[in-house]
Write a protein that binds this ligand. Structure first.
Ligand SMILES: Cc1cc2nc3c(=O)[nH]c(=O)nc-3n(C[C@H](O)[C@H](O)[C@H](O)COP(=O)(O)OP(=O)(O)OC[C@H]3O[C@@H](n4cnc5c(N)ncnc54)[C@H](O)[C@@H]3O)c2cc1C
Ligand code: FES
Length: 274
């Protein structure tokens, strides 16, 4: 784990109100695995760090994707190139892949897209065929950047791709399913693919296993720390009805469908672990 003073080196909007921030943080870029996160501290800024999944890496650069939903995220979006944050990471346990599975569906809703580019790269390195399945409320809220072999899109209002549940259009016969998004979506995913792995986003404090502020109720009866034992869990092992349901990213479900022609090809050639 590293604690870096990471300067902002870039910013781009990938959907309406959804921004990718790039930081120079080579030590973290070289080590991070899909599903792991960084904990960012702003000074001046909120008392506590704010956790973000690592979205992409390229050489010395670590990217995160976020929306301005509160004090911390709004301050992050006001940073200028050269401004620095304290970046702690990589943290948590990421996804694991089974090369024998043959294929994997990366199913995300809204900001749940965050851990998926790294997951796509790791899966492809292991020879898995990657189905990128991403949904949002509307076409302009849909993050168009994608990785893998085939993309499947969905919107709640039908403005792009399939109109309906994200889970309905996951292609039949995929060997592995990984998910990230609103808790309601992950709970439904757990019912359909109990063996799927999901990255949960719950409240967090320290991010390093000390404060017990990130408890995740498991079906075994124990409470795990999302920051240490998670944030990735077998889907059926989480007591979904006991996770907070009022977090901002739980407001919409995600849907997915077939690839629309106005969506650009995957970015895989441009970014990658350098
Ligand atoms: C492992 C992990 C990975 C995450 N990855 C991402 C990511 O890639 N992109 C992203 O945009 N967000 C991600 N989040 C959520 C992100 O940490 C919160 O959006 C952020 O902490 C909000 O900070 P804020 O100061 O802007 O909001 P606040 O002013 O603190 O709160 C605004 C809203 O956000 C909710 N909120 C506050 N803290 C958290 C929290 N720790 N987790 C979830 N919701 C919270 C509050 O209920 C409130 O509705 C992740 C959370 C975890 C635990
Ligand atoms: S956030 Fe402090 S123990 Fe997990």
């Amino acid at each position: 784990m590293h604690d870096l003073r990471a300067p902002v080196v870039g910013r781009r909007e990938v959907a309406r109100g959804m921004w990718v921030l790039s930081f120079e943080a080579g030590a973290i870029a070289r080590e991070v695995r899909a599903g792991q996160f960084v904990n960012l501290l702003l000074r001046p800024g909120p008392l506590l760090r704010r956790p973000f999944s690592v979205y992409r890496v390229e050489h010395e650069v670590v990217e995160v994707v976020l929306k301005g939903v509160g004090e911390g995220t709004r301050m992050l979006l006001e940073l200028e190139p050269g401004d620095r944050v304290s970046m702690l990471g990589p943290l948590g346990r990421g996804f694991s892949f089974d090369p024998a599975a043959g294929s994997v569906a990366l199913v995300s809703g809204g900001l749940g897209v965050a851990p998926m580019p790294l997951a796509a790269w790791e899966a492809q390195e292991l020879g898995l065929t990657v189905h990128w399945v991403h949904g949002a409320r509307t076409a302009d809220e849909l993050c168009r950047e994608w990785e893998g072999d085939q993309a499947w899109w969905a919107t709640d209002d039908g403005s792009l791709g399939h109109a309906g549940s994200a889970l309905e259009a996951v292609p039949a016969g995929v060997g592995q399913v990984l998910g990230c998004g609103p808790s309601r979506m992950l709970a439904a995913l757990a019912e359909r693919w109990p063996e799927a792995q999901v990255a949960v986003e719950t409240y967090m404090g320290c991010g390093t296993g000390v404060c017990l502020g990130c408890a995740v109720p498991r079906t075994s009866g124990v409470y795990d720390r999302a920051c240490r034992e998670g944030p990735v869990y077998p889907a059926a092992s989480v007591r979904w009805d006991e996770l907070p349901a009022h977090l901002h990213y739980t407001r919409s479900d995600a849907a997915c469908g077939s690839l629309s022609l106005d969506v650009p090809p995957p970015l895989g050639g441009g970014l990658g672990r350098g």
